[in-house]
Design a binder for this molecule. Structure first.
Ligand SMILES: Cc1cc2nc3c(=O)[nH]c(=O)nc-3n(C[C@H](O)[C@H](O)[C@H](O)COP(=O)(O)OP(=O)(O)OC[C@H]3O[C@@H](n4cnc5c(N)ncnc54)[C@H](O)[C@@H]3O)c2cc1C
Length: 250
């Protein structure tokens, strides 16, 4: 299938690429694209996306089995409807459950790893290791088994909504960098004076400096320029090397 990443990805940057659809559980060498909410793509080859048969939710009692193509919002809605707690943060996290699991996505200490019972990678159920916004999963995620032991909480949902109030609007891929231990990446970028810096159609947000906004047909190179600039300036001034949260695929 042909995907135009300037339309499909959340940051609205990228070329028109031929993407294989995976309809069966197989080991493969493709780079798997999820919902492209954490991707900065130029024009890569060898991409694949899961087919719709991996978009499902099975309730197995204390465990929910979720297909990796299931959207975070669909899963959030399911948990709300069925009074299942813990997943309220997914209301504000774009992605498919495969991408959410691979990235160990979350908000503050609320992250998907807290609920993972096992993950189907290349057809085998495994127990991966998770770290801050990452996992050691290397193959294709087809399904995820999640533990449920709580009831839905409107208070938690409101807390996450509040956390989102200072999030910039506009096309982005979420945070550019992970927060280094003990620091906020956004505060460091702000302190080197890059808040609001523009390159072509891309901008370091003037609301939150760890966000890159595509405000006017930004190119891959516009975004890369600003990412490198922020990393270099922060390193020069604070001797802190920022690590990308966004996944870049040339
Ligand atoms: C406005 C906005 C706000 C955001 N806020 C947050 C936040 O607060 N916290 C947070 O953690 N993230 C945040 N993000 C980033 C994003 O929501 C997460 O990283 C999410 O996990 C991306 O899922 P995806 O399906 O879009 O993955 P993609 O962006 O498509 O891919 C991300 C990575 O996962 C891999 N991948 C995807 N699917 C599979 C699969 N089935 N098998 C193996 N590998 C796979 C890809 O190869 C890639 O390496 C935000 C993004 C946006 C646009």
């Amino acid at each position: 299938m042909i995907i135009d990443f300037s339309k499909y990805s959340s940051v609205k940057i990228g070329g028109i690429c031929d993407v294989k659809i995976i309809n069966e559980v197989v080991q493969n060498d493709y780079f798997i694209v999820g919902n492209a909410s954490n991707l900065l793509i130029n024009n890569p080859k060898n991409l694949a996306i899961l087919g719709d048969k991996f978009d499902y939710i099975n309730n197995c009692g204390e465990i929910l089995e979720v297909g990796a193509k299931t959207s975070s919002y669909k899963f959030f809605e399911y948990s709300k409807k069925n009074n299942i707690g813990g997943f309220e943060f997914l209301c504000h996290l774009p992605g498919f459950l495969g991408g959410i699991t691979k990235m160990n996505a979350g908000m503050k200490e609320f992250e998907i790893a807290n609920f993972i019972e096992s993950v189907n990678v290349d057809g085998k159920w495994i127990k991966p290791n998770f770290t801050y916004r990452n996992s050691d999963i290397t193959g294709t995620i087809y399904a995820i088994r999640l533990k449920t032991n709580d009831i839905f909480s409107i208070q938690r949902l409101n807390m996450f909504k509040k956390m989102r109030e200072n999030q910039p609007k506009g096309a982005s891929f979420g945070s550019i960098f992970k927060n280094p231990q003990g620091f906020s990446a956004g505060a460091l970028i702000e302190k080197v004076g890059l808040k609001g810096r523009v390159k072509g159609g891309a901008k370091i947000s003037d609301i939150h400096a760890n966000f890159l906004i595509n405000f006017n047909k930004a190119t891959f190179n516009d975004a890369i320029y600003l990412i490198n600039l922020a990393r270099d300036e922060v390193f020069k001034k604070f001797n802190v090397l920022l690590d990308n949260e966004v996944i870049i695929k040339e």
